[in-house]
Ligand binder design. Structure first.
Ligand code: NAD
Length: 427
């Protein structure tokens, strides 16, 4: 069993003391339903053949077809994909959308490939997992180092194989190919709605709050924009190459992104520049950014960033988990002891899958919604989920992550019980 999966299970197991759950339910929730590993042959532009490994994991489909992103990352392994699929099951349940959990990944450093090669790899991955996905089975979406362009290629490949147009098979597509308005900033917007409610509840003034964001990709960039527009002071930003920090200042998210793009000349599918090109601010490391003296810290890059090694050095009073799995189980205990509020990933970043659900609904009905309608429905779902979690938190006097798991486990367990458990069959 891998470390990340073990850690994710501990977060869930911690909630079990507060819910009445049968042994059957625990067993059901702890085991992924299906795992597929594929080899994707890619003829590189120089003629060489390279074989890439891809995974897709369906964790659980109790509440509906499985749903989860695909990441292109050189460090991806089965443990990571299994853990992320596991988190997706609880995330969909906490916001009450009719999906189960899944995840996919390809072991590749996509920045080393040309655009054509990324397209061939994306199509090859779909050919490999074709029988494993479908609008009523499992619906992929973007994640780290995949984006709407890649989702468009993947949906197109699926359609070519099936000889049918099935836009609902993949979400996060370009709007021109059946994507939903508002999917681009959905993850960030969902997190923003939750944070805004918490800030209001604590009677804090956004204009006096400083924010550092680790990861300046889809989720990090859009969140920076939303918070900046609300008056929060963005003092630190980072990407895989490093971080920038300004003690007093207020980074303008759009100019940072413009500079990152200009410097990298936006080659291939990815922006090759870095936030570090903003030279008039202090350059620090990602580790320093996490430990910086800010009010709100947003991990929006990869998992396992806040661990028992650095948890005691984190100064932020609020940690908004936009990334999946950024905090280890050990670190959680340290943060709780220090009275730091962690808005957990399964709630904080659920806006992405929620608008993916909207995209799936729109694709199936053929009725496309305005941006205003998407925002309104997303806000309602996020605030209802936040309300359900804080209610449990206050009732049981527990941290927000445990409360989010309690809410989702209750929903999942009622579905498990409805199918019949050992107790039912013994009577
Ligand atoms: P992305 O590929 O758009 O951006 C990732 C960012 O992280 C990039 O800026 C990259 O430079 C940075 N990064 C990579 N390695 C890093 C490191 N070691 N230190 C610091 N920065 C690093 O990905 P994204 O879609 O924004 O996803 C970010 C996180 O949010 C992931 O954990 C993902 O699972 C989670 N998430 C994304 C979505 C979504 O809809 N895109 C939904 C829910 C959760």
């Amino acid at each position: 069993m891998g470390k990340f999966f073990d850690n994710s299970k501990k977060l869930f197991e911690n909630a079990l003391q507060y819910v009445t759950v049968s042994e059957d339910a625990v067993k059901t929730l702890e085991h992924p339903k299906q795992i597929i590993q594929v080899s994707i042959p890619l003829r590189k532009l120089n003629g060489d053949l390279e074989i890439f490994t891809g995974y897709r994991v369906h964790h659980n489909d109790l509440l509906g077809p499985t749903k989860g992103g695909i990441r292109f990352l050189s460090t991806v392994d089965l443990d990571e994909v299994k853990s992320l699929a596991f988190l997706m099951t609880f995330k969909c349940a906490v916001v009450g959308i009719p999906f189960g959990g899944a995840k996919g990944g390809v072991v590749v450093n996509p920045k080393k490939l040309k655009r054509h090669e990324i397209e061939h790899l994306s199509r090859g991955y779909i050919r490999g997992i074709y029988d494993f996905i479908g609008p009523d089975v499992d619906i992929p979406a973007p994640d780290v180092y995949t984006n709407e362009m890649i989702m468009g290629w993947m949906a197109d490949e699926y359609n070519k194989i099936s000889r049918k147009l099935t836009p609902a098979v993949i979400t996060g597509k370009p709007v021109s190919l059946g994507g939903s308005l508002g999917r681009d900033d959905a993850t960030a917007r969902g997190a923003y709605y939750v944070l805004r409610s918490l800030v209001k509840k604590k009677k804090l003034d956004p204009k006096k709050l400083t924010v550092a964001i680790q990861g300046y990709g889809n989720a990090g960039y859009h969140l920076a924009k939303l918070l900046h527009d609300d008056g929060y002071k963005i003092v630190g930003l980072s990407d895989s190459k490093g971080a920038i920090f300004t003690k007093k200042g207020n980074l303008d998210p759009d100019s940072v992104m413009r500079r990152k793009r200009e410097a990298g000349k936006l080659e291939a599918v990815y922006c090759k520049g870095t936030v570090c090109d903003i030279i008039k601010h202090d350059r620090i490391t990602n580790e320093q950014l996490l430990e910086s003296d800010v009010d709100i810290l947003v991990p929006a890059a990869l998992e396992n960033q806040i661990t028992k090694k650095n948890a005691a050095k984190i100064k932020a009073k609020i940690i908004l988990e936009v990334a999946n799995g950024p905090t280890s189980h050990d670190a959680d205990a340290i943060l709780a002891k220090n009275k730091q509020i962690v808005i957990p990933d399964i709630l904080a970043n659920a806006g992405g899958v929620t608008v993916s659900y909207f995209e799936w609904l729109q694709n199936r009905s053929g009725d496309y919604w305005s941006l205003g309608a998407v925002h309104e429905k997303l806000e309602k779902i996020m605030l209802d989920a936040y309300g359900a979690v804080t209610k449990v938190q206050e009732e049981l006097k527990i941290d927000m992550r445990t409360a989010a798991y309690v809410v989702s486990v209750r929903r999942l367990v009622s579905a498990i019980n409805a199918k019949g458990t050992a107790e039912y069959f013994k009577t």
